[in-house]
Write a protein that binds this ligand. Structure first.
Ligand SMILES: Cc1ncc(COP(=O)(O)O)c(C=O)c1O
Length: 400
């Protein structure tokens, strides 16, 4: 009989030559647990998903209760489903008034696809700008706006009339013009290695979009739901986009995405043609029930408020000669090492120290720390102690 490990390698398609290859049988709070009972502290939240930790009892209860009532009923937008409407109402109540119409999909990439279609349809224009080193997903439209030529190049032809600007470079914003349908931006660039917007970059971007009639799309798929120390990054930077994209933590551990805009903009998908965007499973009732329960936990347990002080503990306790810098805000951190050569060693040996870490797609000299927001102060201290031992190990092994 084949082991799960063998089946994983033989029958599951792989796109990474070096998968983590940990077998997990259970997950609870900030821990994933292996078949022999070994506990691994999840310091990445699978990436920025498990903001309320794994299998939070309230989320599991909401899933079970909804599963007892109904699963899939009908394609999106036809039947009034209580988890969907309750979640949309709750989300919109927490957002600026301009963002008052929510379209649920299944994933982040789908939210990106829907938003780009919406912007093209509303403006009647085709040009799209994104930013170098941005990540917006792997479908062809999302890939077209990905900020890495290495990833785009092998899959051409992609969407035409798409161009990249430089994040934090106000001068590059002059390329946004009256042919531009939209500009898509991560308010904090995540896969670039946690790059914060500088000065008034996001408000300058918003002004440029206003002046040219281009729609501004914020991809908050990673930054949403408290991750950077405010409920959404748009609150932190006080810039309201025309379209907001959510996924990852939106579903509380279940697959869910959304693009959210004004009713006026969103209505352009209703006619000419009708059904301008269709999804079978988008806004699945079980996922919406889980997402709503997760959002309630984030609000009721004040997880957003504690995020910044938890971040400060990581920054003050994580001191080591190999660390060049800890970037980021809230619990979306990049630990930059003095030599990129250590990164692979550190990430691949993290499980030996009871930790799960991860790479960034477009930053080879840093690893990610983005634990569940429910992590306790004691658990952060433990994580830092283990990380320091791991870094000592890496240093002693002199990986260059
Ligand atoms: C900022 C951002 N946008 C979009 C996506 C794509 O989301 P999904 O993997 O759910 O399609 C990701 C995924 O990592 C992301 O980090």
């Amino acid at each position: 009989m084949l082991t799960n490990r063998q089946i994983f390698l033989q029958f599951l398609s792989q796109t990474s030559p070096t998968p983590l290859m940990l077998e997990i049988v259970r997950a609870e709070g900030i821990f994933m647990i292996g078949p022999d009972g070994t506990k691994y502290m999840d310091l990445i939240s699978g990436v920025s998903v498990s903001n309320v930790g794994h299998c939070h009892p309230q989320v599991v209860k909401a899933i079970k209760e909804q599963a007892d009532k109904y699963l899939h009923l009908m394609v999106y937008g036809e039947i009034i489903q209580s988890p969907q409407v309750k979640y949309a109402e709750r989300l919109i109540g927490l957002l600026p008034p301009e963002l008052n119409s929510c379209y649920f999909v299944n994933s982040g990439s789908e939210a990106v696809e829907g938003a780009m279609k919406l912007a093209k349809r509303f403006t009647g224009r085709s040009r799209i700008f994104s930013f170098n080193n941005s990540y917006h997903g792997s479908t062809q439209g999302a890939l077209s706006v990905q900020g890495s030529e290495l990833y785009r190049n092998s899959f051409r032809p992609l969407l035409p009339d798409v161009f990249q600007l430089d994040f934090n470079d106000v001068h590059s914003l002059n390329r946004i013009d009256k042919n531009t349908a939209c500009v898509i931006v991560e308010p904090v660039q995540a896969e670039a290695g946690i790059i914060m917007p500088e000065n008034n970059f996001l408000s300058e971007l918003k002004s440029k979009c206003r002046a040219t009639g281009a729609l501004l799309i914020f991809d908050e798929i990673q930054t949403g739901f408290g991750r950077t120390g405010s409920l959404f990054a748009l609150n932190k930077f006080n810039v309201v986009p025309d379209i907001l994209l959510l996924a990852k933590a939106l579903g509380g551990g279940m697959p869910l995405g959304a693009f959210i805009s004004s009713t006026e903009i969103m209505n352009s998908l209703v006619s000419n043609p009708v059904l301008g965007h269709i999804t079978t499973f988008g806004g699945h009732p079980v996922c919406c029930a889980a997402g709503l329960a997760s959002l309630d936990i984030i609000i009721n347990e004040n997880l957003v408020e504690s995020c910044s002080s938890k971040s400060a503990v990581f920054k003050s306790e994580l001191k080591h000669p190999l660390i060049a810098e800890i970037r980021g805000e809230g619990l979306l951190l990049a630990v930059k090492l003095k030599k990129p050569g250590y990164i692979k060693y550190v990430i691949s040996h993290a499980p030996d120290y009871g930790l799960i870490l991860d790479y960034f797609l477009f930053c080879n000299d840093a690893f990610r720390i983005a634990p569940p927001l429910t992590i306790s102060y004691g658990e952060i201290s433990l994580a830092c102690t283990q990380l320091i031992k791991l870094l000592d190990d890496a240093m002693n092994n002199e990986r260059e």
